[in-house]
Design a protein around this ligand. Structure first.
Ligand code: SF4
Length: 392
């Protein structure tokens, strides 16, 4: 039996300095704390988040979410994606069906013409396709679904109250048929269970078939404490032959709970396979370029390029140096504008535009070739293929 706790909060939107590398959010918003989906590996169960009570039933509802949004949204100064998600709750958990806080928040965000992104396991997201379609008039909208396996049995063990795999796949198809981008957070792959070549390749093939845009994988982290204890109990009950292996793999008890060793070759093979079938490893440029100011688009693109190059063992030293030069310039410019209420962040895009046209940008980042590349992206509107690493 669910037991929602309504609580007024002082702050409802958090702003980051940079857009998030995976989700593109420049702003974060989450109406709920804790989650009825009750995934047994959920990081939100760990002590560090100080969530009291039963994680699956004692849901904290930020009751003044909409009142606060009405005040703060019109005052946002910098355009960027608002991410309605967090690692410790799902904005579309079952309670949302009754309360409709996420839906009302989406309407307010649409009214100020800002883009959104969401991370969910819930098919309730289908309810709000009408709002996403309205948002598409000013930005390419994308959402993230969590899916790590096609195996319904495994999913029902570890994600007991989340929609089934087939229901999630149907929701993804519906979103795609409405031209809403979909990325997959393949997190977490469970060692020895879903972190296997067969499981991952089957999943990738299915996702490609339904035209998913990208997938970001991540292995299970088990923070020491109640999360790890619960997870080990589930393993002891359902996979007793794996318990010893898990105890060894997670015996180092680091703060973040990462495993002692990683499956380097498996992920290398998986990345190569994704390139072959044309499934990107990060949110493609075509989505976030409409969701951010150009100076943040360049920032995110450089971040993604470094990851993609590194994954292919390409030397990134020059790219890294250019990125450091760019970030130092960008941070100074943004701080300058942030301190002056009469200035607008769009002015920075105008400055960047003229710097790209007259080659001043190359002097800032100390890399002419990269400057020309960015000019093709930002000024000429070229796209960048995350699988072939070429302009298109
Ligand atoms: S859906 Fe996400 S937030 Fe909710 S329990 Fe599962 S992992 Fe945690």
């Amino acid at each position: 039996m669910r037991n929602p706790h309504f609580k007024d909060v002082k702050k409802i939107i958090n702003k980051g300095k940079s857009p998030d590398s995976w989700y593109t959010g420049l702003y974060g918003l989450s109406p709920y704390i804790a989650c009825e989906h009750g995934c047994l590996y959920c990081d939100g169960r760990a002590e560090r988040y100080r969530i009291e009570g039963d994680f699956e039933k004692d849901i904290v509802v930020k009751g003044n979410t909409i009142d606060l949004l009405k005040k703060v949204l019109p005052k946002l100064r910098e355009y960027g994606t608002i991410a309605l998600s967090s690692g410790i709750s799902d904005s579309y958990q079952p309670l949302e069906k009754d309360l409709e806080i996420t839906r009302e928040a989406l309407k307010l965000i649409r009214d100020i013409k800002y883009p959104v992104t969401l991370l969910t396991k819930s098919t309730l997201i289908k309810r709000d396709i009408d709002i996403f379609k309205e948002m598409k008039e000013y930005a390419n909208i994308h959402v993230h679904f969590t899916l790590t396996t096609l195996d319904e049995n495994i999913s029902s063990i570890f994600e007991p109250n989340a929609p089934s795999v087939s229901e999630r796949l149907e929701a993804i198809k519906l979103l795609k048929s409405n031209e809403i981008g979909v990325g997959i957070s393949a997190m977490p792959y469970l060692p020895y269970i879903t972190e296997t070549k067969d499981n991952i390749v089957d999943l990738l093939d299915k996702l490609k078939e339904i035209d998913v845009d990208f997938l970001v994988p991540m292995v299970l982290a088990l923070r020491p404490g109640r999360l790890k204890e619960l997870y080990f109990k589930v393993i002891a009950k359902n996979y007793p032959h794996l318990l010893k292996k898990y105890e060894d793999l997670y015996s180092n008890n680091t703060e973040y709970g990462g495993p002692r060793y990683n499956n380097y070759n498996l992920y290398k093979n998986i990345r190569e396979y994704m390139d072959t079938i044309g499934l990107a490893q990060r949110l493609p440029l075509k989505y976030y370029r409409t969701q951010l100011n150009n100076y943040h688009t360049i920032e995110l693109l450089l971040d993604h390029m470094m990851t993609l190059y590194r994954n292919k063992n390409i030397d990134i030293s020059r790219l890294k140096e250019a990125n450091q030069n760019y970030m130092s310039w960008l941070n100074n410019e943004r701080s300058y504008i942030a301190r002056r209420r009469n200035m607008n962040f769009d002015e920075l895009d105008s400055k960047l535009d003229s710097m790209l046209r007259n080659d001043e940008f190359g002097e800032i980042i100390k890399n002419k070739k990269l400057s020309h590349f960015m000019r093709e992206i930002i000024i000429d509107g070229a796209d960048y293929d995350y699988c072939t690493l070429k302009l298109k």
